[in-house]
Each structure stands twice: as structure tokens, then as C-alpha cells.
Write a protein that binds this ligand. Sequence first.
Ligand SMILES: CC(C)(COP(=O)(O)OP(=O)(O)OC[C@H]1O[C@@H](n2cnc3c(N)ncnc32)[C@H](O)[C@@H]1OP(=O)(O)O)[C@@H](O)C(=O)NCCC(=O)NCCS
Length: 159
Amino acid sequence: MDWRIEALTVARGDDAATLFRTIFPQPWERPWSPAEFTALLATPGCFGHVLVDGGDDRPCGLILVRVAADEAEILTIGVAPELRRRGGAARLLERALVECTARGVRALYLDVADDNEPARRFYARRGFSEVGARPSYYARGAAPAVAARVMRRDLWRDA
Ligand SMILES: CC(C)(COP(=O)(O)OP(=O)(O)OC[C@H]1O[C@@H](n2cnc3c(N)ncnc32)[C@H](O)[C@@H]1OP(=O)(O)O)[C@@H](O)C(=O)NCCC(=O)NCCS
């Protein structure tokens, strides 16, 4: 794939919000607004990257991370549905890991829904281990809420 990674700057809140709606179309997902992305990206410790399709210069994936002291959390990650399973999310994650390491992060955390099999497989393959759970964490409309799995990847091995 002809992809490149660019910084997700405060000025790209609109791009990020549009992409987010494409990545998370399920009716129970609350879309993040451009203002929410802008505010998050202006928060100390937050950074993000977008995956851009070199063919048409279209943003087609994103990752947003928040660093606090020597720990960090993936706030969101995703790739446009038609471009999945081509290594796009792996590229975004690897770029974020480089940035985390440069900022002195020792452990990277995330929450993933119990019923999100693609994401759980992705994280397991990328070295994350389950370290906890939050019962009934994600709303599913009229269906019962599902648990979140808390996963962690230690970064000291990457140093
Ligand atoms: C999870 C997600 C980010 C993975 O993105 P991606 O670009 O497809 O991931 P990559 O191509 O880098 O990695 C693919 C690997 O992840 C795992 N994987 C991804 N989707 C999978 C699926 N549908 N079934 C099984 N394994 C899957 C596999 O290990 C796969 O490797 P393989 O293709 O060699 O079998 C993507 O499915 C997505 O955007 N989902 C919607 C948003 C989301 O759920 N984000 C996570 C919130 S916690």
C-alpha cells in the first residue's frame, strides 16, 4: 500500500471526526466531534497520527494516544473498513510506540470491547496482554452492555 503517516495536529479535528464516523459506524457509538478532537489534541500529553492514502491523499486511519508520566493509553485507533487487514493499524501503532518510547513511556494501555474480536486479535498479535476487565462498560443499544478488556504492552523491551 502507498501509505504515509502524518501527525494528527489540532488543525485536523474535522478530518479526524469524519474518519471516526467511518471507522465506528455502529449506532451505539457516539461520534467524537471535531471540537472534541481539537480539545483532546490540545491537551498536554496527547498526540495522534493519521494514515494517509498516497493515491488520493485521503486520511484512512488514525490513532490517538494520551501520555501521563511513564504510562500511556490508546484513546482510539482505527482504519477505514475497506482498507483493513493490510497492515494500516500496525503502521499507526508502531509509529505511536516510537513516540511513546521517545517520551519515556514504559507501559501502553488500552480498553477493548469483549465483542470486538478483530481488535482483540490485533492487540494480542502486537504484544498486548490482558491485565483487567471492566464489566458492562460499552453500551450496545437495546442489547446488554459488554465488558471492556484492559490490555497492556510493556515498552521496556523496545528500548
Ligand atoms: C482493529 C483494527 C484497528 C485493525 O486494523 P487493520 O488495519 O485491519 O489491522 P492490521 O492490518 O494492521 O493487522 C491485521 C491483523 O489484526 C488481526 N485482525 C484484524 N482484523 C481481524 C479480523 N477481522 N479477524 C481476525 N483477525 C483480525 C489479525 O491478527 C490480522 O493479521 P492477519 O491479517 O495477518 O490475519 C480495525 O479492524 C478497525 O479499525 N476496527 C474498527 C475500530 C476498532 O474497533 N478499533 C479498536 C477499538 S479498541
